[in-house]
Design a protein around this ligand. Sequence first.
Ligand SMILES: [Zn+2]
Length: 571
Amino acid sequence: MTRHLITSALPYINGIKHLGNLIGSQLPADLFARYQRERGHEVLFLCATDEHGTPAELAAAKAGKPVDEYCAELHEVQARIAEGFRLSFDHFGRSSSPQNHKLTQHFAGRLFDMGLIEEVAEKQVYSNADKRYLPDRYIEGTCPNCGYDKARGDQCENCTKQLDPTDLIDPRSAISGSTDLEVRETKHLYLRQSKLRDTLDQWIDSKTGWPVLTTSIAKKWLHDGNGLQDRGITRDLDWGIPVKRGEADWPGMEGKVFYVWFDAPIEYIACAGEWAEAQGTDWERWWRTDKGADDVTYTQFMGKDNVPFHTLSFPATILGSEEPWKMVDHLKSFNYLNYDGGQFSTSQGRGIFMDQALEILPADYWRWWLLANCPETSDSEFTWEQFQQGVNKDLADVLGNFVSRVTKFCRSKFSEEVPAAGSYGPAEEALIADLQARLKRYEDLMDAREVRKSAAELRAIWVAGNEYLQSVAPWTTFKTDPDAAAAQIRLALNLINFYATLSAPFIPDAAASMRAAMHMTGDAIWPSDVQKALSELEPGHVFSVPEVLFAKITDEDREGWETRFAGGRAA
Ligand SMILES: [Zn+2]
């Protein structure tokens, strides 16, 4: 038995995610977690909401709520939608948890002790009325270049000129409108990533088998231009993890919090702590190599925009601590899924959002199509027409139709029991041999986290059953040799059970319906031996004809959705 630690990139708290976000990390991570569990391995699958930073504060202000309340609510919303998509997290945590506070403060203290954190004095605008430092974009004024009176401290939206807050004429706070501003000297902490460049370089070189997409992005950031830069890890905000050195106060850093990029990945570890506390168990055996985690295989799933954080920033934190933390073994990154000729966009409300998707179709339809068409080696595109075609062909025509045809035929010609007569002949043996080879390929592809190819192999396994049924044609055989037809149907009924087990990581609800129709109880056993698996339902075993597994998407449905989603929605 292997132990798999699996994490998905953390969705940001400020709203409901779109399908491009879902297929870029959470869904493929769930596929892998479900598969490894079915293979009998021990899995800890973690995800959490990323809750700190300015965008969370802005979104809360817009919603007219205190930021902690806003985050708690949005966390619940995201957790409910994740359940709707059957994302099987062992724990869905929060980066604002007490566990993450403690651990983030621990890492900062440790990195300071190792000489990797520097205190830097900076000049920053302070608003007396707001009683806070203002980030550049919270300062408004008149543009010295074009005279636009709502230019921001970082840039003028009107003429696009890059600005410093001190360039603005009549500067004022964007929060309160107050002009009572002054420039103060304030101190911030910088993580000296530049000192870790060689360590990171060697660590990345030690990783074989990472996707080229992953290593090329990491190497570019390490070596291009001036190489890896030191980075600020603190901010003058109210909402966040207070800056401390371990458990001790940090002189001069009162009222400051850690910058979100520093604390968010640490939540991967803290999330295990949240899980362990809820379960009354131990988390260190998953995360500390001195406490049992050295035999853990750790896989991270993320979109390509998150690769620098996972190959450089977070490893800098961990390697810099020189403590025995578990490091990532496989880093699986994805390109972007585009929507109908453009990009999915949260800010523009463009595309399909996770809650909307579940309003119109069950999770399995989305899971199947997104995984089978995921942006693995290049960007891929969602169009309603391709979605309709893929779902109707693969799920309704191939898998759903097979289940329906076999169970209905058996009920009408025999009964709702697995028929006993006849025995398997050359056609059945050939099918079994073919499926055994395909099963091996499917396992290898799933183990290698090859999502699209795994989906293609699974589809081919469904097709093989259909082709068998077409060629032996039990509905014809029955007229001349009912015993032979009984054996053919016995095999086909067993195939339904076999398909349910293999398909569960992709389409868990349909797989559960198939198993329920076959009156299978308990956990599915992975069918490593196809011959044996196709005799699991013995003669006399009772089954039921299930409801339609997958209704086809009609042209009318498709046109309606195309129109509904063409306008986008308010962000
Ligand atoms: Zn301007």
